[in-house]
Design a protein around this ligand. Sequence first.
Ligand code: AMP
Length: 213
Amino acid sequence: MNYVLLGPPGSGKGTQAKKIVEKFDLVYLSTGDMLREAKKSNEYINKLVSTGQLIPDEAVVGLVKKHLKKNDIKKGFVFDGFPRTIWQAENLDLLLEFENIKIDSVFFIDLCFEKAVKRMIGRRICVMCGTNYHTVELPSKKSGKCDLCYNELIQRSDDKEDIARNRLVVYESQTKPLIEYYKKSNLLTYIDGSRSEEEVFELIDIWIKNKKS
Ligand code: AMP
């Protein structure tokens, strides 16, 4: 089972990817996480991530290759936030072809621009355990504190409104063309991202189970 999650920032790709990985015991591959780690020691990456711009294709594909080597992808994987450009998608195809691996579905979690902005600017993350909250949709019991480990909740710097809006503009111009790309290869599964987290996962879960049986 190999899946790609596509959709605007704020659509819930990360949350759903982690749920799929947990339920079906797959490898989680998030280029956002890889780059947040890389930016700690690389000022150029730091600047691009912090301002919501995409990292050059060659660098991202290089990073993905490194992680694919480290992980047992034959077990099955879920890509979150990759590919984000046609070039990345074509290179992923080549990479997988070489390994004789096929993508089963690209789940496109759709969400309109303004709802995506609201999702991003309200998002809060626990500094310690990484649990996600939302100031309106999913608030923690005690303001600013994690329900699970009581550590501080922070806002990702690229979730601030002006940067969040910029990330969506970048998505519209560079990533949206992937919808047509994966439609052509008959891999696209449309999911309404305005539904609740549980409902979205139920749709994905049903799709995966139907495919398996
Ligand atoms: P994410 O956590 O997926 O929203 O990614 C956070 C940031 O990391 C993005 O706004 C980009 O700056 C960078 N990034 C993540 N994935 C990619 C990618 N596939 N290609 C280029 N930049 C990426």
